[in-house]
Write a protein of this length. Structure first.
Length: 129
């Protein structure tokens, strides 16, 4: 007795298995690529890690002032009143130049001018293809 064999059902089953294999393989590759991208983004293996400076910057650390000049004499400083300063605001916000000017005036500097700059800061956008 012969068994029921339909070529169309066999072909359908074969194509289903082939499609399942291809989609599973593609899914695994995409998942692995995503996992690798996350690991690189988080700098897990040191790949694409930002460079750290060899010398630590001294932001916020007050450096000691020099007490002697080249001739081993006590260093002389210029008087604040002898330094002419012009403070101009080049931003779109108002009051920056006045605030800085008041701070410098309180410290005894000679302010020549405090105001807005005629030239405004321009933002340049360059698109490179």
């Amino acid at each position: 007795m012969t068994q029921f064999y339909d070529e169309r059902l066999a072909r359908r089953e074969f194509m289903y298995q082939k499609k399942r294999f291809v989609l599973t393989t593609v899914g695994i590759c995409v998942g692995a690529a995503f996992l690798l991208a996350v690991l690189v983004q988080c700098h897990v293996f040191g790949i694409a890690a930002p460079k750290t400076p060899e010398i630590d910057p001294n932001y916020g650390v007050q450096a000691p002032c020099p007490t002697k000049n080249k001739d081993e004499n006590k260093a002389t400083y210029i008087d604040n009143r002898a330094v002419p300063i012009r403070v101009l605001n080049g931003t779109k916000f108002r009051g920056f130049a006045r605030a800085v000017g008041e701070g410098l005036r309180n410290r005894g500097f000679n302010l020549i001018e405090v105001g807005n700059s005629e030239k405004k800061c321009k933002t340049h956008n360059n698109l490179l293809w």
